[in-house]
Design a protein around this ligand. Sequence first.
Ligand SMILES: [Mn+2]
Length: 299
Amino acid sequence: MSNSPDIRIGDLIATDTASASSGDIVIIGVPTDEGILRNGGRVGAAQAPDEIRKYLKKLTPFSGKEQQRDISTVKIFDHGNIAGKTLEEIHKTATATALDYSSRGCFVISIGGGHDITYPVVKGIHQSQNQQLGLINIDAHLDVRPKKNNLHHSGSSFRLLIEEEIIDPTRFVEFGIQPFSAAKEHCDWTTDQGASVLFYDTIRSKNVETTLNESLEQIGKCYLSFDIDSIRSADAPGCSAPSPIGFSADEALEICLIAAKSGQLMGFDIVEVNPLFDVDSRTSRLGARMIATCIFGLQ
Ligand SMILES: [Mn+2]
């Protein structure tokens, strides 16, 4: 296969994860939208893992940048999709799966699903670390709502991660929160925990790269969670909760590259892509590029 003149990332992905070990990339699909439904959102994100994979496989491993480097020597595994009868069952398996690969030293890339998946995945990575994690959430929303009817949903991951002391709130950055999209009470709760809330317009008035680098410097090793609703709907229409303003597709890739190249990342997820509302697969294709960019940046 290595002699192929037109190698694609799909040619590089192995599915037998038994040999996945330190430094390898493992992709995990978490195809759920029950958490979005519980949070009053529109469903469809359950189709995202397969849809994003489809376009990831078609990309070439060659970035064209950085001394002609490519990612064809990286070991990439696809764990497949996590299954379960209930959202709670899926989350439990997601935690165990993230713990397994993280314990082996693999870098886990999770594809949601709703933003509820970040809680179980980060929980699993935390269990392999024995220390609280830093985290950057690229998102239009804070996602620090309490549970509903005592159930976790797509808007409650970061409250749970803080309350259960899985992430260190002083090393937690909410990045790209949009004006008129977060409740003041939730914003106050988040900052009261010691976290940083960086609003989209503030980042925009400075510079995405500078602001992200400052955050990375401030919090050290961290997990990167990327909610596609932080990207403007013109660039990412296939989204559970679309917004006319937000980062551009180019900036999304810039964020992935900077974060991955920092050498500080402990895991990465893309959530809330909703193929049912996509236009020309624009959003799934962007998700695929974000994953390829992240893998490239990690090398
Ligand atoms: Mn979110």
